[in-house]
Design a protein around this ligand. Sequence first.
Ligand code: ARG
Ligand code: GLU
Length: 695
Amino acid sequence: MKFLKILILFISLQLTAQQGGMWIPSLLEGMNEEEMTSLGSKLSAKDIFDVNKSSLKDAIGHFNGGCTSEVISDKGLILTNHHCGFGQIQSHSSEENDYITNGFWAMNYSEELPNEGLFIEFIIRIEDVTTRVLQGVTSQLSEKEKQSLIDKNSAAINKAASKEEWQGSKIKAFFKGNQYFLFITERFEDVRLVGAPPVSIGKFGSDTDNWVWPRHTGDFSLFRIYADKNNRPAKYHKDNVPYTPKHYLPISLDGVAENDFTLVFGFPGRTNEYLPAAAIEQITQKVNPSNIEIREAALKVIDEAMKNDNKIRIQYASKQARIANYWKKWIGENLGIEKSNAIAKKREFEAKFQVLIKEKGLEETYGSTLSDLEKLYAEFEDVAIKRSNFIEVFIRNNELMHMMFRLYQMESSFKKGEESFNKSKESTIARIQGIHKNYNATLDENVYNAIISFYTDNKDASIYKSTNFTNTNTALEVLQGDAEGVLKKLNDDSAYIYAKPFIEEFYNTINPEYQRINTEINALQKTYMKALMEVMPNERYYPDANSTLRVTYGQVKGYAPRDAVYYNPVTYLDGVIEKYIPGDYEFDVPQKLQDLYAAKDYGQYADSNGKLPICFLGTNHTTGGNSGSPAIDAHGNLVGLNFDRVWEGTMSDMNYDPEICRNIMVDLRYVLFIIDKYAGAHHLIEEMDLVHPKG
Ligand code: ARG
Ligand code: GLU
């Protein structure tokens, strides 16, 4: 009996232990390959990542540094999320040509729209350069000296890296600085908008459904990479031609069923899986709550204005989405940490760790690591909150203050001389023009009034009446002329006079103090990471996300977040119609989609049960930056497009729990259905490679 219990426990541990983790794609041989196979994969490590032959990795591009995208045709057609391409869709939109509301479909190459500044970057090669990066770094050096030596070594490695002249390279730290990798990259800068569904499909459910399951969003958009006549990266040019990729993903028309293997390949941004309990407590109980309050107050103003004014709705669409997204994420993260008892469990784990240290005779080396970390986090608390609140109020939510922040940086650059000032002036002008492109001064003033008291009692809304920076022309007027003249005018501006002391405090006191403690924390986190690997060598360790290419894998699975509640892993078009609220800004459904539903006109895109699949869930461990990542089946075909996580599992950035953490993907058959049946863009379907792996 007892043996049976232990056996069952062992088996279930084995099963759950195989989930979670964001793995380095060049190091999958061995453990990961075995795990993937046991989860149903037919792929070898080399199918996924190979530097000598084309492999899946050649189809995966970092989209504008923040999202992921993949190549889906031999003509450089690119798939990513609607919310990843949203800035571009918005920038081509006006009240007359409202691509947000109506969608956009280029019916041939000449209609595809260029996007200044947009880029897609591929990974050519990955090399472990740890020994060279850490050469000469000894424990005698201060943290500052260590870092400057690391920077110097890295610069030398970058310089010496063997690569083609059109390729780039970068070095990134892994496992908290215990390991370093060099990435050789290829960056394409002529990326054109090809297609986007209307927002009522691409962002169906909007903020109400964001981070929530069941989900019915067709969160996709299409782009195309253009290259020069040698198929190399080039700036936009009308003579550029569609890029011929080394690899593109075939698309499966067979979809996935519960327990099928899936692999998500992309560029996760940032996770913190090895934090001590004290840090999780601080983030969820102190930092998140104050930031949530600030954003909530700002959103109330912005949402109201967007509802009442069509021009503002278009102008503020991206800003609102950005602010709302993490506002809601933080709420979910806090709830998840609380409900899963994550802090108490972490403390238990830490107690066990402490015992093992003793048992292994490592007290001298690691005995005080955790308690030192705890002390540092306590010291960190006030400044961490203050800095975070400053960023929210002065940079992320209020645009006039954001402009002042940039202008302060410009003024500071004058200390480095006229040339540096002029360079900074150029970028500040661009920044201010960018803000003013979609700016409403009254709305911004209302945001100021709503949030400033979260940071200071010194509130003065009269600055909005007299400042030059709520108007594009008068703002640019201030920035006209030589450094001295510009700085004189700037320092006479009411908003600048108001904001400057806060920004000075940030630069002179808050940020240096924050950095000082943070440097010490990072050094200890590095030690803690090393200690974990040494003390518990049989655990699975994966490096925290750092915006580099990663593989995560799992299975299609539902979940049970609370007593008596079980969520199925697949949604259908029926659910879109269930949620339909005529005329609603979140849940309206285009007539054409209703008609297709009524006629059950799904073509080759229906599931075997005759229904049209919309989204599905998996146990893949993802985070921000994985948006737009392909979900790949056991054979290497594209089956889904990652775009979100479930509410109960948003805590996975600090605490991945395979029981309830799920990523949300759009079923590729819904994407194809919208392109084909809804938009009639058959020419796009024709350039793809549609396959039936299940026969
Ligand atoms: N939550 C997803 C992500 O983090 C989707 C965001 C889309 N934005 C929105 N406000 N609905 O990016
Ligand atoms: N929507 C997120 C993104 O933009 C992905 C969802 C997540 O954070 O897991 O990357």
